[in-house]
Design a protein around this ligand. Structure first.
Ligand code: 5GP
Length: 174
């Protein structure tokens, strides 16, 4: 298995995640309980680190999304593979996503969640690739803007591998 080139090492990730948590803590200071929704599978490590830096009462509800496509290309056809287990009507929801690429997955999710009448929905994404945007998605909290690379590690996979890398890396040629 190829060893990916380091793009963001563990210390860089930890510092950024801590800052995002502090910003979220500040912004929600006058709001009631928060529902944090990590998008599976890719955001599971990011979300687990992030919530430890959010000093606010919260619950966690997972949601699984699958974006169909050939290889590393998203087709925009999105399926919910695992749904929330409690209603979010009237709740303040914070989606935690690994990476916004074309934006199609988040567009689909925002439209889907809106039908469930939450009080608010915000998005925290670890990374965004602006070069690949197909639909504009408002990212309230963004970790890093990256070039058009295929990244792995810190929860993100290639063919289900590499999720356990403690850093974000680029597979050369990707
Ligand atoms: P979208 O194109 O719909 O914005 O992104 C869909 C999903 O594709 C992301 O949530 C992520 O799971 C996956 N994805 C997009 N770019 C990358 C990447 O560079 N690396 C990995 N591992 N997954 C990606």
């Amino acid at each position: 298995m190829l060893k990916p080139r380091v793009l963001f090492d563990a210390a860089t990730l930890a510092a950024r995640v801590q800052a995002l948590g502090a910003q979220i803590t500040h912004d929600y200071r006058d709001v009631g309980d928060l529902v944090v929704v990590p998008i599976l599978k890719g955001s599971f490590l990011f979300a687990s680190d992030l919530i430890r830096h959010i000093d606010h009462p919260l619950s966690v509800e997972f949601l699984g999304l699958r974006s169909y496509g050939a290889g590393t290309e998203s087709s925009g056809v999105v399926q919910i593979t695992y749904d929330l287990t409690t209603p979010i009507m009237g709740k303040d929801v914070l989606i935690v996503e690994d990476i916004v690429d074309t934006g199609l997955s988040m567009q689909y999710l925002f439209e889907n969640l809106a039908t469930r009448r939450p009080r608010s929905v915000k998005l925290c994404a670890l990374m965004q690739k602006p070069a690949r945007t197909r639909v504009k998605v408002d990212i309230d909290y963004l970790g890093f803007t990256i070039d058009d690379h295929f990244v792995v590690g810190y929860g993100l996979d290639f063919d289900e591998k590499y999720r356990n890398l403690p850093y974000i890396g680029v597979i050369e040629g990707g």
